[in-house]
Design a protein around this ligand. Structure first.
Ligand code: GDP
Length: 325
């Protein structure tokens, strides 16, 4: 088991790269709630991390003690399929520049956020960290996954060659305030929140959902993920990545019921089986995370209710919609 680390210094400068995204903004909220007085968030409009010179200049002048890397070009299946060059190239550049600059700035603790899509398509369920690089990836997001795998290897390499106490984490499906609620290009949970909320608002009697409802997925609230990241920075120091999930999944049909309840929708639900189901099951093995003493706080039903409230408040009556990264 990893050796417990000294508690993170609340006055240390903590840099959050990608602070406007779903995960980065949750990390910023958590840092503030935990009393970190020198948390700095940057988004791509502040510092272009694909630009090596800009990244080096910024990091070597800020000299943070801790870096949390939540910066990435992200998107759903359609975007990944249409722009594999950008998904590979931007993510590799962001990581290479940020890690090299963090090394130059002598950053002691760095946490790299990967993704559960780095695991082979036919991994055992629940997926242990040891499944990494044991088989072919899902074809539709191979460019993104390869970039993220390169990030894991880079973190391991900085550890081995330079003794850096840097770590990688692999979150399951994340949801929460600030998510991408695009009607067709978002993931299932925000898509359902929007569709059911709009149905209630317009008085529609029917909501159409995709697939058969049979696939199983696991979801973690962004605030729980943020808490797990800070917990691991304080309690984990090992080259192997750590999965971050809740250890439980549910069918899409059960998820639909939870979202319908949270929005107050009482009409008819129709399944559009012409839409793909995707992979039958995706659940992470979280025994390594749980062994560090971390516990989930936000149950799915409660997390969905608060996300629905957030969406209802943030969603204007015009065509403009809240957008996450
Ligand atoms: P995945 O986890 O990579 O497969 O990505 P998604 O979150 O997009 O889809 C998960 C499952 O939810 C699939 O079985 C979809 O068919 C199903 N689903 C049901 N309704 C929707 C919807 O409105 N949007 C999306 N994205 N998925 C939906």
């Amino acid at each position: 088991m990893p050796v417990p680390l000294p508690t993170l210094d609340r006055s240390a400068t903590v840099l959050v790269a990608g602070s406007s995204g779903l995960v980065g903004s949750a990390v910023m909220r958590r840092l503030r709630a935990e009393g970190f007085t020198s948390a700095v968030g940057i988004r791509s409009s502040d510092v272009d991390l694909t630009d090596a010179r800009a990244t080096f200049g910024y990091l070597t002048s800020l000299r943070p003690a801790v870096v949390i890397d939540a910066a990435a070009r992200v998107g759903g299946i359609a975007a990944n399929d249409a722009e594999p060059v950008e998904f590979l190239d931007d993510n590799l550049r962001i990581q290479t520049n940020l890690f090299a600059a963090a090394h130059a700035a002598d950053v002691d603790r760095l946490l790299f956020l990967g993704s559960s899509c780095i695991y082979p398509k036919h991994s055992p369920q629940p997926i242990p960290e040891s499944a990494l690089l044991t088989g072919p990836l899902e074809e539709t997001n191979v460019a993104y996954a390869i970039a993220k795998i390169a990030g894991v290897v880079a973190v391991q390499s900085y550890r081995r060659q330079y003794g850096r106490r840097w770590i990688s984490v692999m979150p399951t499906n994340v949801y929460g305030p600030g998510d991408n609620f695009h009607p067709t290009r978002s993931h299932v949970l925000p898509a359902l929140v929007r569709r059911f909320h709009e149905a209630v608002r317009s008085g529609a009697e029917e909501v159409i959902v995709w697939g058969t409802g049979a696939p199983r997925r696991e979801f973690i609230h962004a605030d729980d993920l943020a808490a797990a990241c800070l917990h691991l920075l304080a309690h984990y120091d090992d080259p192997s990545p750590v999965n971050i999930g809740v250890g439980e999944d549910l069918t899409i049909a059960d998820l639909v019921v939870l979202v319908a309840e949270a929005t107050g929708f009482a009409g008819r639900i129709t399944w559009d089986a012409s839409k793909p189901d995707g992979t039958p099951r995706k659940l992470l093995d979280v025994s390594r995370l749980l062994a560090t003493g971390w516990k989930q706080r936000i149950g799915l039903a409660e997390g969905i209710r608060s996300t629905v409230r957030w969406y209802a408040d943030a969603s204007p009556t015009t065509d403009e919609r809240p957008r996450g990264q």
